[in-house]
Design a protein around this ligand. Structure first.
Ligand code: COA
Ligand code: AMP
Length: 644
């Protein structure tokens, strides 16, 4: 590999100067940051406005993401530094991998994939718990130019099947189980069920047997992970890095859309590396040799970016934590990890802090832990409520930095850039747009709204490097879902406002997506499951307020005439059905039978009004309502359940 591999010095500029330098010349700005990446063919052109749907980044460059995450650090003398720490309170184990060891593991696994016929552009689906092999798997795909698609372990077989059919993986990498604090989640039956359901069949499944749940293997299809890796190690077989275009896909990550069919967000190789490098320097301020602890899951975009790729591209150390903020074993778990591994920055979702605060409101579990190397807590994934923020600030005595982004953006859009000098924090706001993002607030007619007034939060095109160029195999859906409502802008489907100081406030979604414990879920998808029950005539799912998880789904159902089952029995079946079809992560525990749903005269279900009733908020009776009496009926049913 050639190209410039000397990392540029940490930015000496302030936020305002940096943002202005991006505005003045975006191409020069991104080409400068691109110098922190080792390219095979370095970019001469930053952006090609004529390519792709809204343009493509680094169209003439070639690279390899795995090389940047591992090989170059070994080459540059970082081989003995720890790259990855696996800290697993649920299994009682810990392991550390240096960059050299990790490179060895990844290059070997990449060779195993090649031997199974996986090549550049082929898809590999990864359905794994928080074990080091999950990170090895992602990097092994990157190494050989294969496109990975990681599916979160909390999804059920049907969701997995949908993703298998969309991504059409040649090989699936999985493990026999994940471990939740109260139970072992057997993945193998879910995987077998998903493959049986799916139209597309993978050529092979490579299964990591875990001692907590050994699983039987499908003779013709399943391979034993450890045996394949051991055999490759015995012969010293390793795969080299394959040259890919910067615009080639690195991964597909499925995220909830407004229907049950998830959107396959595509991430490229070159732009992704460049933007992650920028955020490590400018936002998180984590440099080579420093330790980052991102308490998310590799199944989410946060985990892709900040457990695996960004810390490694930066030459830092990443903590891969297989546990929870509470209950593994107690609400001091994060403090123990921070102290033990010398963590500089913790990144998690606000819900994790609500959970800790609920169990340890006075922060007693912090006592005795040395947090002297800890510099900041970053929160994202859902709105950070000011009470939780203030509690965390008072307890930890470091900046608590809310930042906003989406699976689609691939990296933070709005944040308080610690690496450029923190701006004053306003509780409730993730602060300011990061360089590269032109964030605006528009009314329904697409006109800018005044400072402080609510509107649709949109991003002026082109999006910066690392943001999605399209949806997998579905340019039409990409255009329709994101680009048509406000021509010239990407519609985030988040509502909020921008104040007179340019601080952005994100208040909630404008579509049918809800956020449960930092997990993005589609109410439309849940409605499809409820509607499939033979006793259900019609239904509506809304996200109602939850003190711990932010929101929880609540399904209102109207039963068909003549149904002989009791409403309670149907409700129990519906809860079980959502768990079976979507998975435990949907956290669907509340089905409520009502006589009628409130509707407008044109038949539109008044979901927002139902949400307000359930949340106990004042609501205006919509002028177009068909029958106002339904609202009182719903209120009475909810009161009977202790809600509203
Ligand atoms: N595999 C299988 N099941 C899983 C799973 C996984 N990887 N992750 C979660 N689940 C299950 C849980 O066990 C739970 O099952 P249950 O209904 O039998 O209790 C269900 O899915 C819902 O999970 P969750 O909403 O996470 O609730 P919880 O009670 O288990 O934990 C928190 C609550 C707050 C501790 C937890 O949500 C958390 O740590 N959040 C951190 C934020 C985070 O990871 N965000 C990701 C984006 S940054
Ligand atoms: P995901 O794609 O799973 O990352 O979810 C993205 C959505 O989560 C956003 O569109 C927001 O609705 C919400 N979200 C993420 N971070 C924040 C934040 N800091 N403040 C408010 N909402 C957030």
């Amino acid at each position: 590999m050639n190209g410039s591999h000397a990392a540029p010095a940490r930015p000496a500029q302030s936020y305002r100067e940096t943002y202005a330098s991006w505005q003045a010349d975006p191409d020069a700005y991104w080409l400068d940051i691109a110098k922190g990446i080792d390219w095979i063919k370095p970019p001469r052109q930053a952006f090609d406005a004529a390519a792709g749907i809204y343009g493509r980044w680094f169209p003439d460059a070639t690279c390899n993401t795995c090389f940047n995450a591992l090989d170059r650090h070994v080459r540059d003398g970082r081989g003995q530094q720890v790259a990855l720490i696996h800290d697993s309170p649920v299994t009682g184990t810990k392991a550390k991998y240096t960059y050299a060891e990790m490179l060895d593991e990844v290059a070997t696994l990449a060779a195993v994939l090649q031997d199974l016929g996986v090549g550049k552009g082929d898809r590999v689906l990864i359905y794994m718990p928080m074990v080091p092999e999950a990170a090895f798997a992602m990097l092994a795909c990157a190494r050989i130019g294969a496109v990975h698609s990681v599916v979160f372990g909390g999804f059920a077989a049907k969701e997995l099947a949908t993703r298998i059919d969309d991504a059409e993986p040649k090989v699936i990498l999985s493990a026999t189980c994940g471990i939740e604090p109260t139970r072992v989640v057997e993945y193998k039956p879910l995987l077998d069920g998903a493959i049986a359901m799916a139209r597309h069949k993978p050529q092979a499944c490579v299964i990591l047997q875990r001692p907590q749940a050994e699983a039987s293997m499908h003779a013709a299809r399943d391979k034993n992970w450890r045996m394949l890796v051991a055999a490759a190690k015995a012969t010293g077989r390793k795969a080299d890095c394959v040259e890919v275009a910067a615009t080639d896909p690195l991964y597909i990550l499925y995220t909830s859309g407004t229907t049950g069919r998830p959107k396959g967000v595509v991430r490229d190789n070159g732009g992704h590396m460049v933007v992650l490098k920028a955020t490590m320097d400018q936002l998180f301020d984590v440099g080579p040799g420093e330790v980052m602890f991102c308490a998310s899951d590799v199944g989410w975009v946060v985990g892709h970016g900040y457990i695996v790729y960004a810390p490694l591209i930066q030459g830092a150390t990443s903590v891969l934590y297989e546990g929870k903020p509470v209950g593994t074993p107690d609400p001091g778990a994060f403090w123990r990890v921070i102290a033990e591994h010398g963590v500089k920055v913790l990144f998690t979702a606000p819900t994790a802090f609500r959970a800790i605060r609920k169990e340890d409101p006075e922060g007693k579990y912090l006592a005795g832990h040395d947090l002297s190397r800890f510099r900041a807590l970053f929160l994202a994934g859902e709105r950070a409520d000011p009470e939780t923020l203030k509690w965390a600030e008072a307890l930890l005595k470091v900046p608590v930095i809310d930042h906003w982004w989406q699976t689609e953006s691939g990296s933070p859009i709005v944040g308080d850039p610690m690496g450029l000098g923190l701006l004053p924090i306003k509780h409730g706001s993730p602060t300011v747009p990061l360089p590269g993002w032109d964030v605006q607030c528009l009314d329904e007619g697409g006109r800018p709204v005044e400072a402080g007034k609510m509107g649709a939060i949109v991003l002026k095109l082109p999006l910066p490097p690392g943001a999605l160029p399209t949806l997998w195999n579905d340019d039409a859906r990409f255009r329709e879902a994101y680009l048509t409502t406000y021509p010239g802008y990407y519609n985030t489907s988040d509502a909020g406002f921008i104040d007179e100081d340019g601080y952005v406030f994100i208040m909630g979604r404008t579509d049918d997506i809800i956020n449960v414990a930092g997990h993005r879920l589609s109410t439309g998808g849940m409605e499809e499951v409820l509607a499939a029950h033979p006793a259900v005539a019609e239904c509506a799912v809304v996200g109602i307020r939850d003190a711990l998880k932010g929101e929880q789904p609540c399904g209102f159902v109207v039963l068909k005439a003549g149904v002989t089952q009791s409403p309670a029995e149907v409700e129990r079946e519906l809860v079980a059905l959502v768990r079976e079809r979507i998975g435990p992560v949907a956290a669907f525990k509340l089905a409520v039978t009502v006589n009628r749903l409130p509707k407008t005269r044109s038949g539109k279900i008044l979901r927002a009004t139902m949400k307000k009733i359930a949340d106990g908020e004042d609501y205006a009776v919509p002028a177009t309502i068909e029958d106002v009496g339904v609202l009182d009926e719903i209120g009475a049913v909810l009161k009977g359940r202790g809600l509203g």
